[in-house]
Design a protein around this ligand. Structure first.
Ligand code: DGL
Length: 241
């Protein structure tokens, strides 16, 4: 694989673009290809086998474009599909999303954190293992907010209606003392302003995008796949297969 080859990204929709942007911001010479599986968004309510099939089909498309690494810019796809993709393409570096439980657990003062994600993400082994490894002694309150994905796709990220929906989800966790809110779905940073308004001074939001970008850098460096000048980076969007 060539170090000048693009990094492939995919998500069910626009959420993962924030991950791609965090990578470009950190790694200035990288080219990228992004696929949004809009026709099948949201992934959350779909059967895991379906999300696995879609993830494999999209990966195939990205590999046909010679991508040197694939970023699953979607917590839900990571939860249900990354193990299968690694099995199917053992030589391809796959980087997945991990709910940022580790920094939240390290930073909390109240000992209570809230994780906002899709229900499928909570069913996956990554969430369970991350909690076991990094949050023992911390109360983790999982809050499933599948419907926020479609709201973000419709552009509903701000305003009274959005705040009302957010309040209904996170107020119970805030009342239990949560002082950190993990944005465990790549769509949710688009609603960050509204979530922060509802949480006001009670809780701080944690967005995993910078940590994922750092992980992409580590993985590429380990394999000597970081793009280096002279290159002309190109950022492309592609239709889903
Ligand atoms: N951005 C995806 C995630 O991080 C959304 C999942 C969905 O489509 O339901 O989980």
């Amino acid at each position: 694989m060539a170090s000048s080859a693009p990094i492939g990204f995919f998500d069910s929709g626009v959420g993962g673009l924030a991950i791609r942007d965090a990578v470009i911001k950190r790694l200035h010479f990288e080219s990228t290809i992004y696929i949004a599986d809009k026709a099948n968004c949201p992934y959350g309510p779909k059967p895991p086998e379906f999300v696995r099939e879609r993830s494999a089909a999209i990966t195939e498309t990205l590999l046909a474009q010679s991508c040197k690494a694939i970023v699953l810019a979607c917590n839900t796809a990571t939860a249900v599909a990354i193990d299968h993709l690694r099995e199917k393409w053992p030589d391809v570096p796959f980087i997945g999303m991990e709910p940022a439980v580790k920094p939240a657990a390290a930073e909390t003062r109240s000992g209570v954190i809230c994780v906002l994600a899709t229900s499928r993400t909570f069913e996956g082994r990554h969430f369970r293992e991350t909690c076991e490894r990094f949050a023992s002694g911390v109360k983790v309150i999982p809050v499933a907010a599948d419907e926020f994905v479609e709201m973000v796709e419709r552009g509903e990220t701000w305003g009274l209606f959005v705040e009302k929906a957010i309040r209904a989800k996170i107020e119970p966790a805030l009342n239990e003392g949560a002082d950190r809110i993990v944005l465990g779905c790549t769509h949710f940073p688009k609603m960050a302003k509204a979530i922060a308004r509802v949480a006001s001074h009670r809780a701080t939001l944690i967005d995993p995008a910078p940590a994922i970008a750092a992980q992409v850098e580590r993985v590429l460096r380990d394999r000597s796949l970081l793009a280096t000048p002279p290159v002309m980076p190109v950022q492309r969007m592609m239709d889903a297969p």
